[in-house]
Design a protein. Structure first.
Length: 167
């Protein structure tokens, strides 16, 4: 009888061990595939054009300046052209959110998505910043700090020997 209960106990441990191993392998696979789906490579427009067939299989991030007059909006769907030096890239943004307020002509934009064989970059995410907002301010414009005179303080300097501790 004692041998029979030992084999039942061993079978239970093996079943739990097998189920635990299957769960761990499944969790590992889900974690790996999630990381692969969220991974994106940053490339310049010039690098993108040189990638060949490798550009079609990867999620990519491409940055550049928005070409003036190229923005065409229909709701949250936006088409525009990114420029970088002498290179251009047509972008088709179909994200769920509207483009940021800073997205306009000559702004710096970062598109995240996939490059298709039609030569268009299909973006699912879009970030932008207005270049003029981050440029250094010129003297004489509102908000610029005056550089002609140092700031005055309310601290008074006492002459040596007028109060305080002496040796």
């Amino acid at each position: 009888m004692a041998g029979n209960s030992m084999s039942n106990q061993a079978n239970i441990y093996l079943k739990f061990g097998g189920v635990t191993a299957v769960i761990l392998v499944l969790l590992g696979y889900l974690a790996y595939s999630g990381v692969q789906d969220s991974k994106s490579y940053y490339v310049t427009i010039k690098e993108l054009h040189k990638m060949g067939d490798g550009a079609y299989s990867k999620r990519l991030r491409v940055a550049g300046n928005v070409q003036p007059g190229s923005i065409k909006r229909v709701g949250t769907h936006v088409q525009f052209v990114l420029m970088e030096e002498d290179q251009t890239l047509h972008v088709d943004y179909t994200g769920t959110e509207a483009p940021p307020d800073t997205f306009k002509d000559d702004s710096q934009a970062l598109a995240d998505g996939r490059f298709d064989r039609d030569g268009v970059f299909h973006a699912k995410q879009l970030q932008a910043k207005c270049a003029s907002k981050y440029a250094p301010q010129q003297p004489g414009t509102p908000g610029a700090t005056p550089s002609a005179e140092p700031a005055k303080t309310m601290t008074q300097v006492q002459p040596a020997g007028a109060g305080g501790v002496s040796n």
